[in-house]
Design a protein around this ligand. Sequence first.
Ligand SMILES: *Cc1c(COP(=O)(O)O)cnc(C)c1O
Length: 364
Amino acid sequence: MALTFDVTRRQDVVSDADRAAVLADPGFGNHFTDHMVTVTWTKGDGWHDAKVTPYGPISIDPSAAVLHYAQEIFEGMKAYRHADGSVWTFRPQQNAARFARSATRMALPVMQEADFIDALRALVTMDEAWVPPAGGGETSLYLRPFMFASEPFLGVRPANEVTFCVIASPAGAYFSGGVKPVSLWISTDFARAGDGGTGAAKCGGNYASSLAGQLEGAEHGCDQAVFLDSSSHTYIEELGGMNLFIVYKDGRLVTPELTGSILEGVTRDSILELSKDLGLQPEERRIPIQEWKDGAASGEIAEVFACGTAAVVTPVGELKWDGGSCDHRREGHDDKVALQIRSSLLDIQYGRVEDSRGWLTRLA
Ligand SMILES: *Cc1c(COP(=O)(O)O)cnc(C)c1O
């Protein structure tokens, strides 16, 4: 049975003037809308008590399992305003399916696709005024569904009580001063995920385990860390929160194949799909890190870029490691393919071209 959302409106909603000030320069993840969605699951009753309430702190017991054993998952998506004022999201069925896979891996209950999308719609309908206006560049309303073990119990087993929430945060253009390549640090001391682990699940724990590698990268002057497979430290996996692509001079577009320790990005999948339209030859396979170093030196590699919902497509510049560095960029280099893929995706998301693949779902 489909969930119905009980609505309690916030009395002291943010004023039009204050909201406009936030939307003029939202940044990322700093500001939240007036409302949030909460749904409770219990072993006996399944999903119930779906509601939209004023945004605010949630009260959980100090013994709630998530605080001790990290039984938690999340998703990241965006709502885009089109020129006619309507609001859409991109391939939410993919996020719902991934959320279900993440849930199963973390022994959390599965939420049906229809309920997951209804929850997004319930929040965006209420807080539609927080979706930045069309024509403002790349602004959007970032949607963050998440689920955690809220049962107060210190024993180690899957929780019998779980809370699902959706919160939303207006997001500005990721690159405010124009697209700028990021530098990457090869993390060899730290892995973000291992064989049989949770790398393919979108869970907070993966992010916690990526932070030490990120910090090490920052100490070496890099913007992000790239993680290799944890057993041989040979093959490229991904960044802490973005997938990677390499563009070869001859038109091959190569990304690491999904080995179980890589997160299956919706952006990654969409790029593989779109690449054929752009005359590229997509390839999913294991990529030795040495291939990157050699390709940068020989000039075989034309571009490298990272991708994910938040930043869409981010060109990668220098690659650094303990004892060396390389950079595939040469004179006249312009990240042409990365920027072309980036605008192809944005054009679909913002309704500037026909959605021939049926990737958009209307939210408001
Ligand atoms: C979310 C995420 C991505 C990108 O996924 P998208 O669906 O494209 O946003 C890539 N890697 C990791 C580790 C992630 O958590």
